[in-house]
Design a binder for this molecule. Structure first.
Ligand code: URP
Ligand code: ZN
Ligand code: ZN
Length: 469
């Protein structure tokens, strides 16, 4: 028995074709243009009619935080609920994080996170390794994860002093290890020491409303950290470097500058930095503004960040759009520690809406449908060593999304599947909607109905990406 996707337009990063697609045993068996006769289903075949629809690779969200323990609370989506939401939104692979803290053991941290996710995910999943305490043993252990567990990427923090922060010496040592192994170093690039001074001064002056989260994390301090990370990557021997949740024009300029010097640097942005702003969202005050507290922060709509980020996506200054999905319920979690911006857990939930929110760039003419596929699926798969994901080609995993480019719908807490009591995108009307989602040959979502099962998602061992060596 095969599954045949008929009558659609197949869109890959490198072009589109009116073609039928056959799936067998979880992989793509054939793609045949209709100009060459298409594929005729047999009597036992399951047929998915994609008339009027785009047929695209399942989304790869390379940056999510399911059930993230912050120390005071846990992000509200479990691996199960978060991957159900991902599936509804056309994302068939997520990459989350194992977290080693200062003084902690990397291998134990990894095992713990594996145990939390194992048997829970609806879609395929993998893990990056966070290093919150870089030392000699942590680097030896991390190096061993490539072979041992198929982990090809680490994450380092230039923010959050006293918690996950690494100083420049620690970052350099970790980047040297990445240059040597080919592991990708993801970096949260913000100058955490300077931010902490601004936070302290704002609080002393009584400036505690949600907008001060952004005002104490100015874009200059994001740009400075990107610049420093790029310099350290070069000094380390051109370590593969990936800037996470890039939010500002200032930081983007540093990426462009570093790339022009041959730095092995890539960057992602997130839907919140393409659609939301300091004034309209963080500026709502309490309680609603708390929903928009995330780091890096939302930026001013008067400073051209949105336009520059869309442009950066179009011309490949930005390689990827991930969500940094990190949901906290508004009253029980975001506001649990009181009404001061510095005690609100950081993060926005959005794993379900990434494909739709980035597709709005296609609708508006900022990017092509091919580029939408590239930044949401192909590039993250390639950069993070997910060789069977991110493209519709014979032999690849059959992760396939049938996407209706004309359907209009409204994002809302009333209809989303994330375990979250609000939506950062409440009431936003979007054009384009997921119709059917296939994960390794299984139809897991069809016309809004969920047919998946917790535990069917497979852990994906990854190899270092040839793309960055
Ligand atoms: O606000 C955010 N992004 N929270 C998640 C942790 C991080 O820094 O990525
Ligand atoms: Zn971060
Ligand atoms: Zn994050």
């Amino acid at each position: 028995m095969r599954t045949i996707v008929t009558n659609g337009t197949i869109v890959n990063a490198d072009g589109r074709v009116d073609a039928d697609l056959a799936i067998k045993d979880g992989v793509i068996q054939a793609i045949t243009p209709r100009s060459a006769g298409g594929i005729t289903p047999g009597p036992d075949d399951v047929v998915i009619d994609a008339t009027g629809c785009l047929v695209v690779p399942g989304g790869v969200d390379a940056h999510v935080h399911m059930q993230l323990d912050t120390g005071t609370t846990v992000s509200s989506d479990s691996f199960e609920s978060g991957t159900i939401a991902a599936a509804h939104g056309g994302t068939t692979t997520i990459v989350d994080f194992a977290e080693q803290r200062a003084g902690g053991n990397v291998l134990q941290a990894f095992e713990k996170r594996m145990a939390e996710a194992e048997g829970q995910c609806v879609v395929d999943w993998a893990l990056h390794q966070i290093l919150g305490g870089v030392n000699e043993q942590a680097l030896i252990d991390t190096r061993s994860l490539v072979e041992r567990e198929g982990v090809a990427s680490i994450k380092l923090f230039m923010a959050y002093p006293g918690r996950l922060y690494s100083d420049d010496g620690q970052i350099l040592r970790a980047l040297q290890m990445c240059a040597d192994t080919g592991m990708m170093a993801m970096v949260h690039a913000e100058n955490g020491l300077a931010i902490d001074v601004l936070v302290e001064q704002a609080i002393a002056a009584g400036n505690i409303t949600p907008d001060f989260h952004s005002r104490t994390r100015p874009p200059e301090l994001e740009a400075e950290a990107v610049h420093r990370a790029a310099v350290l990557s070069r000094v380390a021997g051109n370590a593969p470097l990936y800037i996470v949740h890039l939010s500002s024009s200032h930081a983007l300029r540093e990426v462009v500058e570093a790339r022009s010097r041959g730095t092995n640097i890539f960057a992602e942005t997130c839907p919140q930095y393409l659609h939301l702003s300091l004034e309209d969202h963080l500026g709502k005050g309490w309680p609603d503004g708390a929903a928009y507290i995330c780091s890096t922060p939302l930026r001013s709509k008067h400073e051209h960040h949105h336009a520059d980020l869309w442009e950066g996506l179009r011309v490949d200054q930005l390689a990827v759009v991930s969500t940094d999905h990190c949901p906290f319920c508004l009253r029980e979690q975001k506001l649990a520690n009181g009404e001061s911006f510095n005690v609100v857990p950081n993060g926005i939930g959005g794993v379900e809406h990434r494909m739709d929110l980035v597709f709005q760039g296609v609708v508006a003419g900022h990017i092509s449908a091919e580029r939408w596929v590239e930044v949401c699926a192909t590039a993250p798969a390639r950069l993070f060593g997910l060789g069977k994901k991110g493209a519709l080609r014979e032999g690849m995993d059959a992760d396939v999304v049938v996407y209706d480019p004309a359907k209009v719908h409204t994002l809302s807490v009333a209809t989303h599947h994330m375990n979250l009591d609000h939506s950062a995108y409440e009431g936003m009307e979007v054009t384009g909607a997921v119709k059917t989602v296939v994960s390794r040959g299984d139809i897991i979502v069809d016309n809004g109905e969920f047919h998946g099962r917790a535990g069917r998602g497979k852990y994906l061992r990854r190899d270092v990406s040839q793309h960055v060596r």
